[in-house]
Design a binder for this molecule. Structure first.
Ligand code: PMP
Length: 418
């Protein structure tokens, strides 16, 4: 994590945040009488005008269904959908465009891999390795598969800081491990996991990996070629794109060996009563009319992020998180949950004995949006001996002034509850 000192370069020197905020119409609105302070970016991010305009333009100028039409609009829509795939492939450095499959989101992507690769590869007595900090989306599909196949779910533990216990890795990975699926960044604690090390350890044993990048692609930038991961998944709505669109990246040799997930239009080559043949990737995994506008919107989000500069975004956010850590730790009764040395833009905390839902309700009355509860990571909460936290999750459009407002509001809450 970057060192923060109050003499550090002004954040505006890294990124002109007041200008950036103008790109997000919703950030200008009020909640009651207070300006919106949106600190729920881990759940979903707001959308820049570039995304809103791209979707609006597509529907007003070029809209038609793709692939099946010879008419002009269908061809234009198809070109734009294909171009969106190219943009996404470029953004994550996928070696080939067809290795990017458009899905509904991270959840669907993991279910797809579990139901196709998983069903073929996992048998009775095999095991699937997860970590103790997974989102339910990266637990339940594997549990369903393990139950169906009589396989075992293994869990790489975390310590009290929310750091993975890497020493346990070698004994958990063995010749019966069929997949190691783990999150890059914990949505509940913000821990950044050492993906390269995790991937290398799995590959040494010939075990394929699935990286859940739902909380990292918007903060850290992703290079699937450098990572050499077998699968990587994320959701568009958490990286400034529309809802209902997400990405499954998979290595060509993996994807093209996998059976289809859903059957229907666009994924077939020929349908005969005797049997059906399927298209190659990516169409094989995109049955039915896809979320065309969603893909176009996601590509617009990625272009927007590229224009801002990924490195600048990462530096700005790291600086803001350091400011938040320092400022919030000054609030009486503030206890950070998750104190890993390497953390992304998530601050999970408890405030004295005050119930997180009460904290969030008070904050909402001040226009401050945060999230509370188990953050879809119940096993992690149990491991840490708590039922939930309040979570402030930051974006590059947040400011130090907003952190000050959060700290002041938390101080008020503490005084109110005595
Ligand atoms: N994995 C992680 C780490 C997440 O934070 C989330 C969303 N909170 C998901 C998976 C699931 O994403 P979605 O609901 O967009 O499918």
């Amino acid at each position: 994590m970057a060192e923060f000192t109050r003499d550090a370069p002004a954040l505006d020197d890294i990124l002109s945040v007041s200008k950036v905020r103008q790109d997000f119409p919703i950030l200008q609105r009020k909640i009651g009488k207070s300006p919106l302070v949106y600190l729920d970016n881990g759940a979903s991010t707001q959308k820049p005008r570039a995304v809103l305009d791209a979707v609006q333009r597509f529907y007003s100028e070029d809209y038609a269904n793709i692939h099946r039409g010879v008419h002009t609009l269908s061809q234009r829509a198809t070109q734009r959908y294909d171009a969106a795939r190219e943009t996404v492939a470029g953004y994550i450095h996928a070696p080939a465009t067809e290795e990017v499959i458009f899905v509904r989101g991270a959840t669907e992507a993991i279910n797809l891999v579990a139901s196709t690769y998983g069903r073929e590869a996992v048998g009775s007595g095999d095991n699937i390795l997860l970590t103790a900090m997974e989102h339910h989306a990266n637990i339940v599909p594997w549990q369903l598969l393990a139950q169906e196949k009589g396989a075992e779910i293994r869990v790489l533990p975390v310590d009290d800081r929310g750091v993975l216990e890497l020493d346990a890795l070698d004994s958990l990975l063995d010749e019966r491990t069929r997949v190691f699926a783990f999150t890059h960044v914990s949505n509940a604690l913000g821990t950044v996991n050492p993906v390269e090390k995790l991937i290398a350890a799995a590959h040494r044993r010939g075990v394929p990996v699935l990286v859940d990048a739902a909380q990292s692609v918007q903060h850290l930038g992703i290079d699937v070629t450098a990572l050499d991961c077998d699968f990587l998944v994320f959701s568009g709505h958490k990286c400034y794109g529309p809802t209902g669109i997400g990405v499954l990246y998979g290595k060509r040799e993996r994807l093209s060996e996998m059976p289809p997930y859903q059957g229907g239009g666009d994924m077939i080559e020929h349908v005969r009563w005797e049997g059906t043949t399927f298209k190659d990737i990516p169409e094989r995994f995109e049955a039915g009319t896809p979320n065309i506008a969603g893909a176009i919107g996601l590509a617009a989000a990625m272009r927007y992020l590229e224009e801002l500069g990924r490195e600048r975004i990462a530096r700005y956010e790291a600086n803001l998180v350091d400011y938040a850590n320092e400022t919030l730790s000054g609030v009486e009764g503030f206890r950070m949950v998750g104190t890993a040395p390497d953390k992304a833009s998530i601050i999970s905390f408890l405030l004295k004995e005050i119930h997180p839902h009460d904290v969030a309700t008070f904050l909402d009355a001040e226009g401050i949006a945060v999230r509370t509860g188990h953050h879809c990571a119940e096993p992690l909460m149990r491991r840490l001996g708590i039922t939930g936290t309040t979570r402030a999750s930051l974006s590059f459009y947040n400011t130090r002034e907003e952190i000050d407002l959060l700290a002041a509001a938390l101080g008020k809450i503490v005084r109110f509850f005595g």
